[in-house]
Design a protein around this ligand. Structure first.
Ligand code: ADP
Ligand code: MG
Ligand code: MG
Length: 539
């Protein structure tokens, strides 16, 4: 190790845990002043966008905010927007609040005598709303939601596209498409080591937000033939938009590395928590919470025709608040058709399902089996087919997975936990919870009775354990070896093209969220607003 490296390493290590990295997160300390790109650039961007109401006004966070501001300039549009907003709130309300809120919404927006009445609704809808029972209301509201969306998609959307609000949107889009380089970030401590380089904490200079940056050494990728896999991992991460899976925010390149900038998860992985923090295993309260979040994550991936294939505690990371996400999608695959099956053996020994081991056709069912192994390990501190610190040959492990019935100790398992594990660990995929029929949904299992999944996904449920901000939940990072220089590899034209395909810069949805969350969006918009007031304009 060179002296400068050693110095860098120790100095970064003293930046302990999280506290010292929080400088300016979401705050203004590191925030730079910002000038949005001008009209010429916007024209160019507009040509490239395939405009749709869903994408521009609903899915993209900045688009939604600006469409909202536009709607607020016309009373009728403003009421329509407010109604849809209230329905989101209704969906996330606690179960015992739902009915009261529903009645309030119907009275406020669907009754002709209310000042917020949505007058564009069909006559059929309006007459159905008067005197509707609670049951009728539940049916009525989704129909009113449909009609309201249809309304906003028409004239209001067309007017929006011609308004100054949409011009602003194009300016933000232009900024979003800027080239991203290492100059946009400050680097902090090393968080872990991957197969092709280290993962470290980094901060975006513009917003102050902290992320994790997974570095992939270009030469090492080429030497170990990992390029295709890396691009696939990047594309999968980019397509996933769930609070239960790490999200990609930026992909860029430096001279030596390809970099994936992802959600920072600095509370340690579940393997570390099971074995290295307190008594071996986790409390049932934590097992329930993490299992519910993991189940949502798997469900989301499967909905996008993605098999995760590496479900295990080590790949589940905690953030500073104690919420978890699935990470390391390096083994994940996307099925061309949702009900295709594959046979390629992949995964980690001890978590691979019988059909994967036997190289029989499999699909999402493999993930549910691995989840069964993971729950068992969280509860007991060892996997179903291998005791704590037991040395088992591959052949014996294979035999046990294929043949042995899993026995559950009564004391540690509740009846529901035992039933859930038994159903997930079914040897045949057709008997396994999650895979028994196309609508099989593990979230409906009695183990999750106390969980409101909508609130869980919206991060409205408090985690049962919050990581200590002074503790680094990882093995001593000094044990991480330096990456040595990769010899005997030259990068050529084809590699340069691959690097370009990889380094696509900002990921729109995550980037826009970051801009809003940091307060930058509001700052810039209110400055703009002040500048446009009469008497303030430059002449
Ligand atoms: P590889 O696929 O090369 O194994 P991983 O994605 O597993 O790389 O990352 C390597 C290590 O880096 C992980 O074991 C973990 O310690 C750390 N790490 C990865 N992603 C994050 C993240 N989003 N936040 C914090 N640490 C992370
Ligand atoms: Mg890994
Ligand atoms: Mg990996």
């Amino acid at each position: 190790m060179r002296a400068s490296d050693a110095k860098r390493r120790t100095s970064r290590r003293t930046v302990s845990a999280r506290k010292s990295m929080d400088v300016g997160v979401g705050g203004s300390k590191r925030r730079r002043s910002l000038a949005l790109p001008g009209p010429a650039k916007c024209m160019e961007i507009r040509q490239l966008l395939h405009l749709s109401f869903a994408s521009e006004c609903e899915e993209q966070p900045i688009g939604r905010r600006l469409f909202h501001s536009f709607c607020n300039s016309v009373a009728e549009y403003s009421r329509a927007f407010a109604f849809l907003d209230q329905l989101v709130e209704l969906e996330l309300a606690e179960d015992n609040m739902q009915n009261a809120l529903l009645r309030k919404i119907v009275a406020n927006f669907l009754q002709p005598d209310s000042e917020n009445f949505l007058s564009f609704l069909s006559d059929a809808m309006t007459s159905a709303a008067s005197g509707a029972s609670a049951v009728d209301m539940k049916e009525l509201v989704p129909r009113a939601q449909q009609e309201t969306r249809q309304f906003l998609m028409g004239k209001p959307f067309r007017e929006y596209l011609e308004s100054p609000f949409f011009q602003r949107f194009l300016q933000w889009k232009a900024l979003e498409q800027q080239k991203i380089t290492e100059k946009h970030f400050c680097e902090f401590r090393v968080l872990g080591k991957g197969g092709f380089g280290e993962v470290c904490a980094i901060q975006v200079k513009l917003t102050g937000k902290m992320h994790a940056c997974k570095k992939l050494n270009k030469k090492s990728l080429k030497k170990k033939k990992g390029q295709k896999m890396a691009l696939l991992e990047k594309e999968i991460l980019e397509s996933v938009n769930s609070s239960m899976v790490v999200r990609l925010a930026y992909a860029f390149e430096t001279k030596e590395h390809l970099c994936l900038v992802m959600t920072l998860m600095n509370g340690g992985d579940l393997k570390f928590h099971i074995y290295n923090v307190g008594k071996r295993g986790l409390s049932m309260e934590r097992v329930l919470f993490y299992t519910a979040q993991i189940t949502c994550g798997l469900h989301h991936l499967h909905g996008l025709s993605i098999i995760y294939r590496d479900m295990k505690p080590e790949n589940v990371l905690l953030d500073e608040r104690g919420n978890c996400r699935l990470s390391d999608l390096g083994l994940a695959v996307v099925l061309r058709n949702a009900d295709d099956k594959i046979t390629q053996r992949a995964g980690t020994n001890g978590y691979m399902s019988p059909e994967v081991i036997k190289q029989e056709p499999y699909s999402y069912d493999a993930d549910w089996f691995a989840l069964g192994c993971t729950i068992h390990e969280m509860i007991l501190g060892y996997t179903p087919f291998k005791n704590f610190q037991e040395q088992v040959s591959k052949e014996e492990l294979r035999r046990r997975v294929l043949q042995d019935k899993v026995v559950f100790t009564k004391t540690a398992f509740t009846d529901e936990a035992k039933d859930l594990c038994t159903q997930l660990l079914a040897k045949r995929a057709c008997d396994r919870l999650g895979s028994r029929n196309p609508n099989d949904d593990p979230r409906r299992h009695g183990f999750f009775r106390s969980i409101n999944f909508q609130r869980l996904e919206a991060r409205l449920v408090s985690p049962p354990f919050v990581p200590d901000p002074d503790v680094v939940y990882a093995k001593d990072l000094c044990d991480i070896d330096e990456f040595s220089e990769v010899k005997g590899v030259e990068l050529d034209e084809e590699d340069l093209k691959f690097h370009k395909d990889f380094a696509t810069g900002c990921v729109p949805l995550t980037w826009q969220e970051e801009i809003i969350e940091s307060g930058l969006f509001d700052d810039v918009e209110s400055m703009q607003h002040r500048a446009s007031l009469p008497g303030n304009s430059e002449r």
